[in-house]
Design a protein around this ligand. Structure first.
Ligand code: AMP
Length: 195
């Protein structure tokens, strides 16, 4: 199986690029942000609690997102592999993901980290906010908080995967197609090594 962690700050293009990767490698896309937004749209209790954190740009609790991931993995026993987008976001989540996947005998294959400058992130998110209406993309203050939360709580995961020799940086600037090509080439080279 090919299990990819698509990593990077908010606005790095994880969701957009995940689409290319799922089509090219026939993988299942798991985005915790999307799963949480469907809970909010459905008006569930979980959605109501999650929304209080998401609206401020803070993280939802590890327990909640880990349970969601577990459910999605178990719902797809025939999957050829998964792309994790927006998960893990803390080292504890990364440890939990390793545990879940190791139980299935199919560990994380690689972590692909999209690198984008801060100014570009803010511009992309404000632009997306105008189209998507996403509450957390509307104000520069919330966006900057999300980037700050990424630096403090999420970035330490890079070291976690580096120690396992699974961390790969990908330049996330340029056109969507250029970035997709870089990612696909990287995954192909890793995949060939694995075969
Ligand atoms: P995203 O769609 O990945 O940008 O996520 C939107 C928001 O959902 C984040 O700012 C967090 O509030 C929440 N969220 C998404 N994924 C996670 C996660 N793995 N852990 C905690 N909170 C998350």
């Amino acid at each position: 199986m090919l299990n990819l962690v698509l990593f990077g700050p908010p606005g790095a293009g994880k969701g957009t690029q995940a689409e290319f990767l799922i089509n090219t490698f026939n993988l299942i896309h798991i985005s915790t942000g999307e799963l949480l937004r469907s809970e909010i749209a459905a008006g569930t209790e979980l959605g109501k609690i999650a929304n209080q954190f998401m609206a401020k740009g803070e993280l939802v609790s590890d327990d909640v997102v880990i349970e969601m991931i577990k459910g999605k993995i178990n719902d797809n026993p025939e999957a050829k592999g998964f792309i994790f987008d927006g998960f893990p976001r803390t080292v504890d989540q990364a440890v939990a993901l390793d545990r879940l996947l190791n139980e299935k005998g199919t560990p994380v294959s690689a972590m692909l980290c999209l690198e984008v400058e801060k100014e570009e992130l803010i511009n992309r998110l404000l632009g997306r906010g105008k189209i998507s209406g996403r509450a957390d993309d509307q104000s520069q203050k919330i966006i900057e908080n999300r980037i700050e939360v990424y630096r403090n709580k999420t970035e330490p995961i890079i070291e976690y995967y580096s120690k396992q020799n699974k961390h790969h940086d990908i330049k996330g600037m340029g056109t969507i197609e250029e970035i997709a090509e870089r990612l696909i080439k990287k995954v192909e080279s890793l995949y060939n090594k694995q075969m």
